[in-house]
Design a protein around this ligand. Structure first.
Ligand code: NAP
Length: 483
């Protein structure tokens, strides 16, 4: 199977924060990969901007080193030298007035213009204002903003209002890199391009849904930053909410940015408030060799959660009575992200002496080893009568799609190309982000107002015992966390 690479129009992309971590680890290597794949025309321009004083050549050298280190590219790769010729650099302080005219002189009139704000959100307003005031951005320009998009509803609204002063909604691309993952998009293909699943995709046939995002890393090294956020702000409000929306939404009338985002918004609005008994927060403990969360967070009294599990209800016709269980945490047993749709058991078994058939499960793996797995019941082979066994119909995208599957673009690559193409389907709309905060805020406030402490859990475990009980009391079990 040969995937088609359709080149984008040539463009001028300005990366604010081009000397930072995100630009070096993700954006520049991602752009190189798209260039190498033939998707970026050689007449495009990528201009770095940050306060660091340096010229084009110095930035190219810096970018070359990152592409080699983070993109796994060989220095001798002939495409690397060609790609570096697309790069330029302008020293700019987002809060000052130097450099903007120089930037303006480099932007060409007849190209697609995109401005990537890979800087702290506190600088979004300064950059947006200067892009407009210096006449660098026009009504066709696009801006790309990174998470975190606010830390609550009030700050998200303020950020939206700041951007709206200079840019219309159709120009704003709010990145949630989970939406750029191949499997996440495949979720929509599976649901809406097959007749098989959609008739069963409701409370009548789905017992419950589990969404797991487990990490093995802790927060050491960025503990003081993480401690102001916690798992709910860092993972649930954005990434997990997006996954939940794509599973739960109604079919959009068309695969069109606003049609898809309208349906996601309806799901968020239908989320019931989470009751106190339906949420468990945890903090990982030290294991003698490594410190626990409190040491990593550099605050011995911190009540910030490094783990959260919750039962979420969607109050609409399709999902009435089908809970969605979400869990995410640091320092867990394995690094894995998956969505599991657990169907109901068959209402009646005709195989009396061999036990009741088990429920079907559809597991969509986001990482590692992106793919899908459908568990079905079959007869155990052999002459021993009718014994049933559950087997996986397993599809790893890398295996099923061969070299093309193994070489899938990283989420950032795909999303940046969508910006250039002007396709907002995989980006969050302002009202979506605000609705997500409106649901999350009371959960966070209730916790801040309580005197409770997170449940401790061992590093390398599956999370706190309390989280197991959250499921057990409903006669359900979490799937094992394993990579
Ligand atoms: P970072 O490593 O701290 O980089 C910040 C960048 O901003 C640097 O290039 C810095 O360059 C520039 N900068 C700071 N003050 C500036 C100013 N006044 N004017 C112009 N440029 C200025 O941060 P990062 O990790 O790359 O993150 C960038 C954004 O992406 C943040 O909003 C972050 O939350 C978000 N994000 C990052 C990641 C990640 O993996 N790193 C993941 C998701 C989201 P100079 O010092 O040279 O000015």
């Amino acid at each position: 199977m040969v995937s088609r690479v359709i080149p984008v129009e040539d463009f001028d992309l300005v990366i604010f924060g081009a000397t930072g971590d995100l630009a070096h680890r993700k954006i520049l290597p991602g752009l190189f990969r798209r260039f190498e794949a033939g998707q970026i025309p050689e007449t495009s321009q990528i201009i770095g901007a940050a306060r660091t004083e340096q010229d084009d050549d110095a930035f190219r050298k810096e970018a070359e080193a990152s592409i080699i280190e983070f993109g796994g590219v060989k220095k001798s790769n002939p495409n690397l030298a060609k790609f570096l010729q697309l790069l330029g650099y302008v020293p700019i302080d987002a809060k000052g007035d130097g450099g903007w005219e120089a930037l303006k002189s480099r932007i060409r009139d007849d190209k697609v213009h995109a401005f990537y704000f890979s800087v702290a959100p506190a600088l979004f307003g300064d950059i947006a204002e200067r892009l407009a005031n210096y006449g660098i951005a026009d009504e066709d320009s696009r801006i790309v903003v990174e998470k975190p998009f606010g830390r609550d509803l009030a700050t998200a609204k303020a950020l939206n209002a700041t951007l709206a002063q200079h840019f219309a909604e159709h120009q704003i691309y709010r990145i949630d890199h989970y939406l750029g993952k191949e499997t996440v998009q495949n979720l929509m293909a599976v649901r809406f391009a097959n007749v098989l699943f959609e008739p069963l995709w409701n409370a009548q046939y789905v017992d419950h849904v589990q969404i797991t995002v487990a990490e093995t890393v802790g927060v050491a090294g960025r503990g003081s930053y993480y401690d102001k956020s916690g798992a709910i702000r860092d993972m649930v409000q954005n990434h997990m909410m997006q996954l939940l929306c794509l599973i739960a939404m109604e079919p959009p009338y068309h695969f069109d940015p606003n049609a898809v985002r309208d349906e996601k918004l309806k799901v968020i609005r239908a989320l019931e408030p989470v009751e106190n008994g339906d949420i468990v927060r945890g903090q990982y403990q030290g294991d003698g060799k490594n410190g626990g969360y409190l040491e990593d967070a550099e605050d011995p009294d911190s009540r910030t959660e490094s783990y959260v599990a919750m039962k979420v209800r969607i109050s609409n016709w399709r999902w009435q009575g089908t809970p969605f269980y979400l869990r995410t945490g640091k320092k867990l047993r394995a690094r894995t992200s998956e969505i599991a749709i657990i169907f109901k058991e068959p209402p009646h078994s005709i195989f009396d002496d061999t036990g009741h058939p088990k429920a079907n499960e559809l597991v969509i793996r986001l990482q590692p080893n992106e793919g899908m797995n459908l568990k079905v019941m079959i007869k155990e082979p052999g002459p021993g009568g009718m014994r049933l066994v559950q087997v996986p119909l397993d599809m790893s995208f890398a295996d099923a799609l061969g070299a093309e599957g193994a070489d899938m673009p990283d989420a950032y690559e795909r999303l940046i190309m969508d910006v250039i193409r002007g396709n907002q389907t995989l980006f969050m709309r302002g009202d979506e982000v605000e609705a997500a905060w409106a649901w999350t805020d009371p959960i966070i406030t209730a916790w801040e107002d309580s005197k409770r402490r997170p449940e401790p859990y061992d590093a390398g475990s599956s999370g706190p015992e309390e989280a197991l009980r959250l499921m057990h009391r409903d006669n359900r079990r979490w799937r094992e966390i394993r990579s």
